[in-house]
Design a protein around this ligand. Structure first.
Ligand SMILES: [Zn+2]
Length: 138
């Protein structure tokens, strides 16, 4: 789901507290244990500050050769979405980063396969989550 401000949305929905507000958050993966569903929040506008704040974190986890790729806005967005999808698979922060880069490097191959088997263009369900019971993943 695309929102104006990921942290503000979480604050408004009681998922985080005021003190936990972190500026420049690009995305967040939420899990509803009552429905066993995930919801990925993405910021509507991704600023240079957001990209800059992510880079050192990725550099620390995987090294600068990976982090430097994220200066490319297209790769940054792909990485962010895949990273959050990694969390839906139960992966840690570091493993989600590895998963994202791995998927990005397979992208051409994956797309060709999807075109071949007709799975490209499958509509993704946009879940309406009951967030009354929440667990937050960062
Ligand atoms: Zn994460």
């Amino acid at each position: 789901m695309i929102v104006d401000d990921v942290e503000k949305w979480c604050l408004d929905h009681g998922i985080i507290k005021e003190l936990e507000y972190r500026p420049f958050r690009v995305a967040k993966c939420l899990y509803s244990s009552s429905e066993n569903k995930y919801l990925i929040l993405m910021a509507q506008l991704i600023t240079a500050d957001m990209m800059t704040s992510t880079n050192p974190v990725v550099a620390m986890r995987l090294g600068t050769e990976y982090a430097d790729k994220l200066y490319d806005p297209n790769l940054f967005i792909r990485h962010t979405v895949l990273h959050e999808i990694g969390h839906t698979k139960g992966l840690s922060e570091e493993d989600s980063d590895s998963f994202a880069f791995n998927e990005m490097s397979n992208y051409g191959e994956t797309q060709q396969q999807a075109e071949a088997d007709g799975s490209l263009g499958v509509e993704l369900e946009c879940p309406q989550l009951n967030l009354s019971v929440r667990r937050t993943e960062i």
